[in-house]
Design a binder for this molecule. Structure first.
Ligand code: HEM
Length: 141
């Protein structure tokens, strides 16, 4: 079920998966101090956002590569997103759903129905592991 797609995440990052999150869920932009005051139309050319997209998707690719043994990576992610960025946990479901859509658009040949189902399962596991860590830290945003 674990999909070795790490290298693809970096490409998808360059295709503005984060901009898509802002378009489909406008409230999420306010959670990013660096981007919240920049109009969406201008973010497509924003170098900081491009770098951020690559950072996020590389981190996600690293989680995938652990094939389930990702507790250290997921803990790090929960720690910074709880304590530093103060991100409510449901946002992980939003971003992983957007990532699935973007991936399917970019790689329609490879993202067959069974492959999409595998991605959904993996994303659900990651989101549910994050939720547990958020509960343990008593933070819901
Ligand atoms: C599985 C999904 C995600 C991954 C893999 C991820 C990964 C990362 C990484 C690696 C960083 C930089 C290092 C750090 O501070 O931890 C980061 C920063 C950040 N993330 Fe996430 N993230 C995810 C989801 C989200 C979501 C859903 C939000 C909010 C809607 C968010 C908001 C932020 C913010 C505000 C920063 C700081 C950006 C800056 O000012 O440079 N992240 N994320």
């Amino acid at each position: 079920m674990w999909v070795d797609a790490g290298y693809k995440w970096v490409n998808v990052g360059n295709e503005w998966a984060v901009v898509r999150l802002f378009k489909e869920h406008p409230d999420t932009k306010a959670l990013f101090p660096k981007f919240k005051d920049i109009p969406l139309e201008q973010l497509g050319n924003n170098e900081d956002l491009r770098k951020h997209g690559t950072t996020v998707l590389r981190a996600l690719g690293n989680i995938f590569r652990q094939k389930g043994n990702h507790s250290v990576n997921v803990k790090e992610l929960a720690d910074t997103h709880i304590n530093k960025h103060k991100i409510p946990p449901y946002n992980f479901t939003l971003i992983t759903n957007v990532a699935s859509v973007v991936l399917t658009e970019m790689y329609p040949g490879e993202m067959t129905k069974p492959m999409q189902d595998s991605f959904s399962k993996v994303f659900k596991i990651i989101c549910s592991d994050l939720e547990q860590l958020y509960k343990a830290a008593n933070f819901q945003g």
